[in-house]
Design a protein around this ligand. Structure first.
Ligand SMILES: Nc1ncnc2c1ncn2[C@@H]1O[C@H](COP(=O)(O)OS(=O)(=O)O)[C@@H](OP(=O)(O)O)[C@H]1O
Ligand SMILES: Nc1ncnc2c1ncn2[C@@H]1O[C@H](COP(=O)(O)OP(=O)(O)O)[C@@H](O)[C@H]1O
Length: 298
C-alpha cells in the first residue's frame, strides 16, 4: 500500500436511507485507501492507517502536536462514533464517581449496583480503589500528590470506558474536591455523576472492616483519611446516598443501589435494552452487499 493516502468517501446513495433526520449508521464517511489513481476499499485498518501516517508530512490537517512530555502526536478519530456504540448498547456511557470515607460503603454499593445493572442488560465497568492499587497504580501511595495522581489516572481510564458506552463506576475515597473537579472538567457535559456516600465518620469507624481506623488512631498508619488527612465532601453531588432513612434506620446496600439505579433511569442514562437488540436484528436483515450493517430505518 505504498503511496496510499486517506480519503473519506460517502457510501453509495442506496446505502444512505436515512429516516427523519437521524443519520444512518451505514451512512457515515467510510475510510478508503486511494493508491496510484485507483479507488479501493480499505480491507485492513492498520495498513490503511500506516499509509496515512506516511503521507502526513505535508498535509496541514494531519499536523501533529505536543502534549505534556509527548511530542509529534496526533488525535485519531474513531470510525465508530460513541453515539453508534451507545445505540448498540441502548444506554449512555457515563462515569458514576463514588466518593466517601473508607468504610462508607463505596465498594459494596457500587458492586451491588453493577449487579442490578447487569441483571437488566446493561454494559458496565467497575474500577475499585484497592484493585487498581494492585496494578495500574501500584507505584502510588497516600501522599497528597500520589492521591491526586491516583484520581487523575482513574479519571482518564473511566473516561475511556464511558467512551465505549459503559456505565462506568469508580470507587475511590478521592478525598480532595479539586481532584474530583478536574475529572469532572475532563468529562463531557453530563457524563460525570458524583455519587457521595454520605456515611458519618463514626459509622465508618465502627464498621472498620480492615481494622485501619484502629491502626490510624493508634498512630500506626499516618495520613489516614478522616483521622489525620482531610476528606472534602462534595458541595453539589448529582447523587447523595444517605446512610440513614427518615426513621433513623441504616439503609441497606440494596436500597442505596436501587436509589442510584432509579436516578440513572430518571436522568435518561438507561434506555430499554431491548431497543438495540431489535436494531441489530433488523439491521442484519438489511445488511449491505459490502457487509456494512444498515440501521437506516430505525
Ligand atoms: N492513609 C490512608 N488513607 C486512606 N485509605 C488508606 C490509607 N492507607 C491505606 N488505605 C486503604 O486504601 C484505600 C483507599 O484507596 P483509594 O485509592 O480509594 O484512596 S485515594 O482516593 O487515593 O485517597 C482504602 O480503602 P477503602 O476502605 O475501600 O476506601 C483503605 O483501605
Ligand atoms: N449500607 C450498608 N449498611 C451496612 N453495612 C454496610 C453498608 N454498606 C457497606 N457496609 C459494610 O461496611 C463495610 C465497608 O464497606 P465498603 O463497601 O468496603 O466501604 P468502602 O469501599 O467505602 O471502604 C463492609 O463491611 C460492608 O459490608
Amino acid at each position: 500500500m505504498n503511496g496510499a493516502s486517506l480519503r473519506c468517501t460517502p457510501l453509495p446513495a442506496a446505502a444512505q436511507r436515512c429516516s427523519g433526520g437521524r443519520r444512518a449508521l451505514g451512512a457515515r464517511p467510510r475510510l478508503t485507501a486511494v493508491a496510484a489513481g485507483t479507488t479501493a476499499r480499505a480491507s485492513a485498518a492498520p495498513a490503511t492507517l500506516s499509509g496515512a501516517a506516511n503521507n502526513a508530512v505535508a498535509a496541514p490537517h494531519l499536523a501533529t502536536v505536543d502534549v505534556g512530555r509527548s511530542t509529534n502526536i496526533r488525535w485519531h478519530q474513531s470510525m465508530v462514533s460513541r453515539g453508534e456504540k451507545e445505540l448498540l448498547l441502548g444506554q449512555r456511557g457515563c462515569v458514576l464517581w463514588f466518593t466517601g470515607l473508607s468504610g462508607s460503603g463505596k465498594s459494596t454499593v457500587a458492586c451491588t449496583l453493577e449487579h442490578l445493572l447487569h441483571d437488566r442488560g446493561h454494559f458496565t465497568s467497575l474500577l475499585d480503589g484497592d484493585n487498581i492499587r494492585h496494578g495500574l497504580n501500584k507505584d502510588l501511595g497516600f501522599s497528597p500528590e500520589d492521591r491526586t495522581e491516583n484520581i487523575r489516572r482513574i479519571g482518564e481510564v473511566a473516561k475511556l470506558f464511558a467512551d465505549a458506552g459503559a456505565v462506568t463506576m469508580t470507587s475511590f475515597i478521592s478525598p480532595y474536591r479539586a481532584d474530583r473537579d478536574i475529572v469532572r472538567q475532563r468529562c463531557r457535559p453530563g457524563e460525570f455523576l458524583e455519587v457521595y456516600m454520605d456515611t458519618p465518620l463514626e459509622v465508618c469507624e465502627r464498621r472498620d472492616p480492615k481494622g485501619l481506623y484502629k491502626k490510624a488512631r493508634a498512630g500506626l498508619i499516618k495520613n489516614f483519611t478522616g483521622i489525620d488527612d482531610p476528606y472534602e465532601p462534595p458541595v453539589n453531588p448529582e447523587i447523595r446516598v444517605a446512610c440513614f432513612d427518615a426513621d433513623g434506620r441504616q439503609r441497606t446496600p440494596l436500597e442505596m443501589a436501587q436509589q442510584i439505579f432509579d436516578a440513572l433511569d430518571d436522568m435518561g442514562y438507561l434506555r430499554d435494552p431491548a431497543i438495540p437488540t431489535l436494531a441489530v436484528a433488523s439491521a442484519l436483515q438489511r445488511k449491505h452487499s459490502d457487509g456494512i450493517l444498515d440501521f437506516a430505518c430505525l
